[in-house]
Design a protein around this ligand. Structure first.
Ligand code: DC
Length: 231
């Protein structure tokens, strides 16, 4: 057994199961798992709750002015087998995954100062390696030297269906059409923004999980992991 600890960077489209996959890998390897989307969502939630998003418009200057007041930390939750996100000591895990936050998070995440602050935090979290991080710019910007980079995708209809099931199971009143629209518009926004757009790193390997179970994805991962470790 090889005990080398590495950095695993997972990027890809919205709602393609990156976090589920990343969490399962981290549990298997005894690594830390960080969902960086949760960090951008936490900033968007704070902006919504503190008047920086008015009449559907994100006031970038106000968001930037608030950044110093936003302290984000993760605390491991053994029940979930993953870390919950806290803002200024408040648990916000349940509040960041609403359609309202989803509708503003792309705009908030395209603000340069927001990215600078969160990327710095993410790099510090990875200093000791043994980490699985998922997001949009992990293999390209946060950890360009990551030993294993995975670029995940899935058909947009399949992704909308999955997210729809997740949200309706929680009791959210949403339609499949609005979810599909949100998924596609976030893809476009993430891929076309000026700073750190979503793109596949040249050395990333692609995982299209449109028709794969979690078990099949894990079997695929095991092979790639062994390859990287040279086993
Ligand atoms: O993974 P997610 O859907 O929870 O991410 C929420 C948003 O945050 C997504 O629309 C893009 C943005 N994001 C980003 O710009 N960079 C990251 N590393 C992670 C997420």
């Amino acid at each position: 057994m090889n005990n080398k600890r590495i950095i695993i960077a997972i990027d890809g489209h919205s709602s393609c199961g990156k976090s589920t996959f990343a969490k399962a890998i981290a549990a298997r390897l005894g690594y830390i798992f960080i969902d960086t989307g949760a960090m951008y969502r936490a900033v968007a939630l704070y902006a919504l709750e503190h008047g920086a998003i008015v009449s559907g418009i994100v006031d970038e200057d106000r968001v930037v002015a608030m950044l110093g007041d936003i302290n984000i930390d993760f605390r491991f939750n053994p029940e979930r087998g993953a870390s919950d996100i806290y803002v200024n000591g408040d648990l916000v895990e349940g509040k960041i995954r609403t359609i309202e936050v989803s509708n503003y998070v792309s705009a908030v995440s395209s603000i340069q100062q927001v990215r600078e602050k969160l990327v710095k935090m993410q790099q510090q979290m990875g200093e000791r390696k043994g980490i699985v991080m998922d997001g949009r710019d992990i293999g390209t910007v946060v950890f360009p030297e990551a030993e294993l980079k995975i670029y995940m995708t899935a058909d947009a209809h399949v992704r909308a269906e999955r997210r729809f099931k997740e949200l309706t199971a929680k009791g959210d009143k949403v339609t499949i059409e609005e979810i599909y629209e949100n998924v596609v518009s976030r893809d476009n926004a993430d891929m076309s923004r000026a700073i750190s757009p979503l793109r596949k790193a040249d050395d990333a390997i692609v995982l299209d999980n449109s028709h794969m179970s979690v078990e099949e994805q894990m079997a695929w991962f095991d092979k790639e992991y062994q390859r990287v470790l040279g086993c």
